[in-house]
Structure formats: C-alpha cells, structure tokens
Design a protein around this ligand. Structure first.
Ligand code: SAH
Length: 228
C-alpha cells in the first residue's frame, strides 16, 4: 500500500533534505531541533499514493505545498518549520494539532519532543495516516477522526495548539483547551491568504496576540467530511 523505502532512495533524498534545510535557514528558521527534524523525516513518502507520484517525488524537497489526497495538500516545509518554531515546544509537552492530513507536521512535532494529539475531518486521510505514521516509525501520536473546531476536551488542557488549515475565526473551544502559559498558532482568513496568529494564554480569559505574516492554507471546514 505504501511506497517502499530503498537504500538508494534514502541516499538520494538525504542530500535533498540537507539542501531543503539550507533553504529554510536562509528563509529565517533558526531552531536547531526543528531543522534537525526536517533533515530526518522522509517527506517524499508522505504524498498521495497515485500515478502522480513520480512527478511529486521530484518536488518533495522543494518548498511547495503538494497534494495528499481528498483534495488536500501537505503544507510548505517553510510553513511547517515556522509554525513549529513559533510553538517553542519543550520535550514532553502536550500538543494538539488540527488537520492531521498526511501526518508530516505530526511527525515534525513528534521529532521535537511533543506528545501529539491530532484531529482530521477526512476519514480517508485519517485512516491512511493512522497506518502510515507507525509504518515509518512514528507511533506515539493519538490520531482522532473528528471536527477540529471542537478540539479534544477529553485530553485537554494542551500546552500548545497548532491549526494547519485557514480558519474564519478562532474557535472558542480551542481557546478553552489551551493551558495557561500555552501558545496557539492559527492561520486566520477566508480569502486566498491567511494571517498567522500567535496567541499566548496568560489567564483563563486573557491572551497576548501577535500577527506573524501571511501564509496560504486550505480552509478549516466545519464538521466531519461526508462523501469521501
Ligand atoms: N498538517 C497537515 C496539513 C494538511 S492540510 C500535513 O502536514 O499534511 C490541512 C488539513 O486540515 C486537511 O487534511 C483538512 O482535511 C484538515 N481539516 C480541515 N478542516 C478541518 C477540521 N474542522 N477538523 C480537522 N481537520 C480539518
């Protein structure tokens, strides 16, 4: 079912990953733990398993968003690196991810030491990623099929929350499920681009907020998907 990993691939793609890390450094990523995670994780294995694969493999380590099935895309490596760096994760912290997708961001969070809980509303993507992540050695994440707007109250509070789709507003349930002292990164906006919002929870009902530039995401949609 999944692309088989060969020794030759590993050699070829290792070099490509090193170059991607150089690109990310030039774009401003500084965290060594984040860069090491990107250097280690085989991004070329995360794509949609279709006839498009040969073309996609060529682009696996360019800074691009690429299809992962169910009409969704894997985020740009820079976006993944940027959001992870801004979360400032310490080993053992509980992190809630909204939008599991192909699990690439999930793997990066695991590599930087997080205990990850991740929600995906597309059943096909959830099912596939639930098999795939353990297949490549990432079995610690709790992957849930559900609606990210609601978060996971049964596992709250979370030290960090990362939303990986563009939201029209900040869901209140997510604010409630963030620990005091915690950080949330969420792209806000319904148009072509979203503003990356950084929130730091300083008490039950007060937050520091920063706007960290413009990014491009697929939309955060309401409810579980139907029809796939
Ligand atoms: N982190 C992912 C990014 C995937 S794109 C990766 O590294 O591949 C964003 C994902 O968010 C898509 O898979 C989309 O189906 C999912 N999504 C959109 N709205 C959602 C919601 N309300 N709850 C959970 N997932 C959602």
């Amino acid at each position: 079912m999944f692309y088989q990993v060969s020794k030759e691939d590993e050699y070829l793609f290792k070099g490509k990953r090193k170059r991607l890390v150089e690109v990310l450094k030039l774009k401003g990523i500084k965290s060594q733990t984040v860069l090491s995670a990107i250097e280690k994780i085989p991004r070329h294995l995360f794509f949609d398993n279709t006839t498009a694969r040969p073309a996609l493999l060529d682009h696996a380590y360019s800074d691009k968003a690429l299809p992962i099935g169910a009409g969704q895309t894997i985020s740009h490596p820079y976006t993944v690196a940027f959001q992870t760096e801004q979360l400032d994760i310490k080993a053992g912290e509980k992190v809630l991810e909204i939008g599991t997708g192909c699990g690439y961001q999930t793997a990066v969070l695991i590599e930087v030491g997080a205990k990850v809980y991740s929600i995906e509303r597309q059943k096909t993507l959830h099912d596939k990623t639930k098999l795939f992540l353990p297949y490549i050695g990432y079995s610690s994440a709790k992957l849930v099929y559900g609606d990210g707007y609601k978060g996971l109250p049964q596992f709250a509070p979370f030290d960090k929350i990362i939303v990986t789709a563009g939201a029209p507003y900040i869901p209140n349930d997510l604010l409630l499920q963030l620990n005091i002292g915690g950080i949330m990164l969420i792209p806000i906006g319904e148009g072509d681009t979203q503003e990356m919002i950084w929130l730091h929870k300083i008490s039950h009902n007060s937050f520091n907020k920063k706007v960290l530039g413009n990014f491009k995401f697929v939309p955060l949609l309401q409810n579980k998907a139907t029809g796939y």
